[in-house]
Write a new protein. Structure first.
Length: 128
């Protein structure tokens, strides 16, 4: 089990994502900011290219396309499948800065069967 929001968790999640389908145009550098985590605020980023997760690291991504900021409680609920990320955004619980059009172009991927299966696999390896 990998501790949620640790580098080990990011590495394990990236390995699980290796079999995600190629999705031409689904390319972005995404910054995440999780506030109020047990050890303090956590920043991490993902580099997605044509639907493939190429990198995921703790820290700040220079030149990210957009940033998503949310509380630890909401981030944990999203990860556990208890809160839909689209609903969190619409309710103002997830703040977005940067290229909103790029983010909106990626949202349909979160409803794909492959992505949902990946999220379930990540839940199974995550210790909260």
């Amino acid at each position: 089990m990998a501790k949620y929001l640790s580098q080990e968790w990011l590495d394990e999640s990236r390995k699980l994502a290796e079999d995600q389908p190629v999705r031409p145009g689904a390319t972005a550098k995404m910054q995440y900011v999780v506030t109020g985590a047990p050890e303090g605020d956590v920043k991490y980023y993902w580099v997605l290219e044509d639907g493939k997760l190429l990198d995921s690291q703790l820290g700040d991504a220079e030149d990210s396309d957009f940033a998503l900021t949310m509380s630890y409680d909401d981030a944990k609920k999203i990860q556990q499948g208890e809160l839909d990320p689209n609903a969190a955004f619409m309710q103002g619980r997830m703040k977005v800065t940067g290229n909103m059009a790029k983010l909106m172009s990626l949202l349909p991927l979160t409803n794909s069967p492959e992505y949902r299966a990946l999220q379930e696999q990540i839940r199974e390896i995550t210790e909260y």
